[in-house]
Design a protein around this ligand. Sequence first.
Ligand code: HEM
Length: 175
Amino acid sequence: MRFLSRPWRRVTLITHIVSAGAWIGIDVMVAVLVGVGWFGPDPGVRGLAYQALGTFVVWPMLTSGLICLISGVVLGLGTKYGLLRYWWVAVKLALNLLLCTLILVLLQPGMDEVVAYGRELPRGTTDPDTVSSLFFPPAVSLTTLTIATVLAVVKPWGRITRRRSERRAVDRVAA
Ligand code: HEM
């Protein structure tokens, strides 16, 4: 099925690339805020970094991830690539779904604790576990999004399913 006309394919592709770029940018911002939270110059600045991280990051990140997912699915379904026809598309679909799930299941639930810790930090308090494991979200997400970008550009591994003409040839040989 190739229902996307040329102009619509362009619009969808631009949306897809911009949302992927925004997602990567938000991950970089998370890495910076975590860095300031850990190594910032004084407890006041470190506390503010944690409060910003816990308050502003998750929903924009999830929104860009979902826009990337939806535009990617439309591109897949609306072009020759399909959703489960080429390995590079199927793997990207799995990675995008995995990251959005991790945002909701692992990252979002800990954010209230991060904000509370940010508020308490200038008064002196011990790190909760959520804060010491904050290295992982930007590291995992940036690595995965880089892999997805490489897959999008290189388009490796070929098809999952055979072309119809190839299937007919195989059937003919078998018969
Ligand atoms: C995981 C996050 C994703 C990132 C970072 C990403 C990145 C990109 C980039 C940079 C391109 C442009 C490549 C080029 O024009 O050479 C692209 C194209 C594409 N992406 Fe994604 N993508 C992601 C998720 C997805 C998903 C979930 C799907 C579908 C299930 C998908 C399907 C496609 C398709 C079919 C194209 C080619 C569109 C065309 O040439 O018309 N992507 N992607």
